[in-house]
Design a binder for this molecule. Structure first.
Ligand code: FPP
Length: 247
C-alpha cells in the first residue's frame, strides 16, 4: 500500500505540550498555561471541523501525568476539563461533533466522570466529526486492557484464541471503530511519543513544532496539514526513489 497523500488526513492526533513553559515565560502559574491551552482546544477543534478533518484526538493528560504531577495542578486540570465538557456542548452540537473520552476515566473524580459521560451521551448521535480527549490515558494500559478483554471472552468461550488477529485487537482498543492516526502532531519541540496511541499511530506521519500549545493557532495547524499533504506514505513498501528509501 503506497499512498501519495496529497489530501487531508482523516485522523489527526495532537500531543498538546508546552502549557507550563508558556505560563513560565509570562511569570504566571502553570494553571494559567492550562487555561490558555483549553482555549486552543476550542479553536483547533472547530478549525478541524471546518476543514473537514473527521477525527481529532487530543492528549490532555497521560496516566503518568495523573499520578506524578502535584495534586493542585491535577485538581486544576480536572476542573478545567469538567467545565470544558459542559461549556463545549453547544459548539459540539452545532458542528455535529461526537465527543468521547479515551483512557481510564473511571479513576477520575466523580464530577468529572459525570459531565464527561453526559457530553458523550448528548453527542452520541453526531456523526460527521469526532473529538476524542485522552485523559488518564496510557497506550500500554490501553493494549493491556484490550488483552484482558480478549482473554475474558476466550475464557467465556466467546472466541477462539487462534482467531485473534490485528483486526480483532483493533476492535478492543479504546478507539474501536475509528481509523488509525494519519498525522501525529507534537507541540513544544520534544521528539517523543510519550505513550500516546501506540496502537493507532503505527504508521502515522509525525510533525513536531517548537510552537507551544497555547500559541498553536489555525495557521500552525494549516502548516502541519500542508506538510502532511506533501508526504509519501509507504506503509513498509519500497518506493522507487533515487536514494532507495524504504517506508
Ligand atoms: C502539557 O503541558 C499539557 C498538559 C499536561 C495538559 C494539557 C491540557 C490542556 C491543553 C488544557 C485542558 C484540556 C482540556 C481538554 C480542557 P506541560 O504542562 O507539560 O507543559 P511544559 O512541558 O511546558 O511544562
Amino acid at each position: 500500500m503506497i499512498e501519495q497523500t496529497g489530501r487531508l488526513p482523516r485522523h489527526i492526533a495532537i500531543i498538546m505540550d508546552g502549557n507550563g513553559r508558556w505560563a513560565g515565560r509570562r511569570g504566571e502559574p502553570r494553571a494559567v498555561g492550562h487555561q490558555a491551552g483549553a482555549g486552543r482546544v476550542r479553536d483547533i477543534t472547530t478549525a478541524c471541523a471546518r476543514k473537514g478533518i473527521e477525527y481529532l484526538t487530543l492528549y490532555a493528560l497521560s496516566a503518568e501525568n495523573y499520578i506524578r504531577r502535584p495534586a493542585p495542578e491535577i485538581d486544576a486540570l480536572m476542573e478545567l476539563l469538567r467545565q470544558y465538557t459542559i461549556d463545549e456542548r453547544p459548539t459540539l452540537m452545532e458542528n455535529d461533533i461526537r465527543f468521547r473520552i479515551i483512557g481510564r476515566l473511571e479513576e477520575l473524580p466523580a464530577g468529572v466522570i459525570e459531565e464527561c459521560r453526559n457530553t458523550e451521551r448528548l453527542t452520541a448521535g453526531n456523526n460527521s466529526r469526532n473529538l476524542s480527549i485522552a485523559v488518564n490515558y496510557g497506550g500500554r494500559a490501553e493494549i493491556a486492557d484490550a488483552a484482558r478483554a480478549l482473554a475474558a471472552k476466550a475464557r467465556a468461550g466467546m472466541l477462539n484464541p487462534d482467531e485473534i488477529d490485528e483486526e480483532m485487537v483493533g476492535r478492543h482498543v479504546y478507539t474501536a471503530g475509528m481509523p488509525d492516526v494519519d498525522l501525529l502532531i507534537r507541540t513544544a519541540g520534544e521528539h517523543r511519543i510519550s505513550n500516546f496511541l501506540l496502537w493507532q499511530a503505527w504508521y502515522a506521519e509525525l510533525y513536531i513544532t517548537d510552537v507551544l500549545w497555547p500559541d498553536f493557532d489555525e495557521e500552525e495547524l494549516d502548516r502541519a496539514i500542508r506538510d502532511y499533504t506533501r508526504r509519501t506514505r509507504k506503509f513498509g513498501a519500497v518506493v522507487n526513489d533515487s536514494e532507495g528509501h524504504k517506508g
